[in-house]
Write a protein that binds this ligand. Structure first.
Ligand code: ISE
Length: 341
């Protein structure tokens, strides 16, 4: 649909990220209106809808997708529901922004890839927002400048202050580690070859079904080796770290906080406490670009193929924990539909 009126968006999922996207779509980003909201918890849908100018609560997600007043769909519901809603949006011929992961298994992601290929066009954009984070964009620009030479290694850390005690290791891998799996493909412009996950000493704060922390070695097709730490109960804050080691030097994410406090003989720098605040600019940028695309009748950004390649790698990480070996995660050649022009 190319249009000069506001894009009418249906939101599926009114939880933490869904309500944040509703806020940004209705108060930050121009050219969009959230006109319909669905959530498995009707009271959550109602709470979000009442904050919006003119939004209806629709009790069924598929009915929201098919609603004639909905031009485009944001899927921000629980990860196990993503595949079905994205397939329904494609069947309805509607553009869809799907929060990561695209699906909880690579097989599920492939079903979405096949659905787009059957239509001969893209409908899907995946919410890999780190590609739009100013700090990561600076890191990628440094890498591309060649200043540090060819990249050899990278050290990444993904630290959450705490997660629910019910979280399982496989869900944490599929939902959190997926960011790093997309990030390394984007940063190094190459595919992942294999993944080796190691579970060491458990954090006593981790729930009974969560192995935390994890250390994951990711080997890229160019032989760059990436070490990823996934810590989900680190306590002190929401801290995302990245350092790339090149032939001539290193480049790293600096602290995202602009100030340092020097008090009582100490230097103290604030650290974000939540992913909503640490990546607010990135979420704004990615959704702003999506709304612009929808209004112009085009699709860009992280694709269903990117979603498949990242989840293939998280599947491999989970399998590696089970088998205690490295597991292949090379997705194969990018289908024509997804090749950059
Ligand atoms: C959450 O769903 C996100 O996507 C955050 O970016 C990530 O850091 C967090 O671990 C996930 O639970």
């Amino acid at each position: 649909m190319a249009t000069d009126r506001s894009v009418r968006i249906g939101l599926i999922g009114a939880g933490a990220i869904g309500e944040d996207h509703a806020r940004r779509l209705s108060t930050v980003i121009r050219g969009a209106d959230v006109v319909a909201v669905h959530d498995v918890d009707p009271s959550r849908a109602e709470t979000v809808a009442t904050r919006l100018r003119d939004a209806r609560v629709i009790p069924d997600g598929n009915a929201l997708i098919g609603d004639p007043d909905v031009d485009a769909v944001v899927v921000a519901s629980a990860a196990p529901t993503h595949e079905a809603y994205v397939l329904a949006a494609i069947a309805a011929g509607k553009p869809v922004f799907c929060e990561k992961p695209l699906a909880t298994t690579a097989t599920g992601c492939l079903r979405i890839v096949e659905a787009e290929k059957a239509h001969g066009r893209r409908f899907v954009r995946v919410g890999f927002m780190r590609r739009f984070d100013p700090a990561y964009l600076g890191l990628k620009a440094e890498l591309r400048s060649g200043a540090i030479g060819q990249p050899l290694l990278a050290h990444l850390a993904h630290r959450n202050p705490a997660v629910p005690s019910t979280l399982r290791t496989t869900d944490a891998i599929a939902d959190s580690l997926v960011h790093e799996m997309d990030l390394v493909r984007w940063l190094f412009d190459t595919e992942i070859r294999d993944v080796r996950a190691v579970a060491g000493r458990r954090n006593v704060k981790a729930g009974p079904e969560l192995h935390d922390p994890l250390l994951v070695l990711v080997r890229m097709a160019t032989d760059v080796v990436v070490e990823v730490e996934l810590s989900l109960n680190i306590g002190y804050g929401y801290h995302i770290r990245a350092e790339i080691v090149g032939e001539n030097g290193t480049v790293a994410l600096a602290s995202e906080q602009p100030i340092i406090r020097r008090i009582s003989g100490e230097e103290r720098r604030p650290i974000a406490q939540h992913w909503k605040t640490r990546f607010a600019a990135a979420y704004d940028a990615e959704l702003s670009e999506w709304v612009r695309d929808v209004s112009q009748g085009c699709v860009s950004g992280p694709s269903a193929w990117d979603g498949y390649a990242a989840t293939l790698a998280t599947d491999a990480a989970a399998e590696s924990l089970r088998s205690d070996t490295a597991v292949a995660a090379f997705p194969g050649d990018v289908p024509t539909l997804y090749r950059e022009p």
